[in-house]
Ligand binder design. Structure first.
Ligand code: C5J
Length: 225
């Protein structure tokens, strides 16, 4: 079994590469491009672009190593029956979930804005988890897919750091997965939330997981034994 040691905080972590999945959270047009949900909530979406290239590097290497690659998308059924009223009613009525925007209905499955950006587009065979919430385990089959794939460790990337990445890491941690978060592969509309979210993951001896960056993961995978 090939193992890699990733330099991380609070301490280095050694992983079995074939028991590790790359999980890319919500790199959707709705969050990263103008006219989507992120902008509808009043955010500067250009702040998320910094994570795209580091994610693409990890994605390329994970594919080359034949690691399990999982993509997630936040969104709802077109009839919004899976969207809690309390979630839908937030934001201005013309720009809330289900409203028509420049990339189709906001955060609705099947609409152009709901799909993953071209740079990180899933390949055939890579599971896509469509989730109605912030966490990737809530109301999805992600845990089942990871269990059936013998996965013990997750490298978690994507947006936004303090919302869907953090919720997913917390859910995964409680389900027994070791979560490794390369900070430069994540982004937030708020720099201070990004910074604090990463600090929270690695605090108290790694209470939710390990924090590193894409270069450290790539180096570790290049020297796997
Ligand atoms: C948000 C997410 N921020 N993917 N979703 O609403 O983090």
């Amino acid at each position: 079994m090939s193992r890699a040691t990733i330099n991380a905080e609070p301490e280095p972590i050694t992983i079995a590469v074939d028991r590790t999945a790359l999980v890319i959270i919500d790199m959707q047009r709705d969050f990263l491009l103008p006219g989507g949900f992120g902008e509808a909530l009043g955010n500067d979406v250009s702040r998320l672009n910094a994570a795209v290239r580091p994610c693409a590097w990890l994605l390329e290497v994970a594919r080359a190593r034949k690691m399990l690659v999982i993509h997630t998308r936040e969104g709802h059924r077109p009839d919004l029956t899976d969207a809690p009223k309390a979630k839908v009613e937030r934001g201005s009525p013309t720009m809330r979930i289900g409203a028509k925007g420049p990339m189709g209905r906001i955060l609705v499955r099947g609409e152009p804005g709901h799909d993953i950006i071209a740079e990180l587009y899933p390949r055939e065979g890579e599971p896509i988890i469509d989730k109605p919430g912030k966490g990737s385990f809530f109301a999805t089959d992600l845990h089942l897919i990871l269990q059936n794939g013998g996965i013990e460790n997750l490298i978690v990337c994507g947006v936004t750091t303090e919302v869907c990445v953090h919720t997913t890491v917390r859910e995964a941690n409680d389900r027994g997965y070791r979560c490794i978060v390369p900070g430069d592969c994540c982004a937030s509309y708020f720099q201070e939330f990004h910074d604090v979210a990463l600090k929270m993951i690695k605090a108290q001896g790694g209470i939710f997981g390990w924090v590193t960056d894409s270069a450290q993961v790539l180096q570790a995978l290049a020297h796997e034994k």
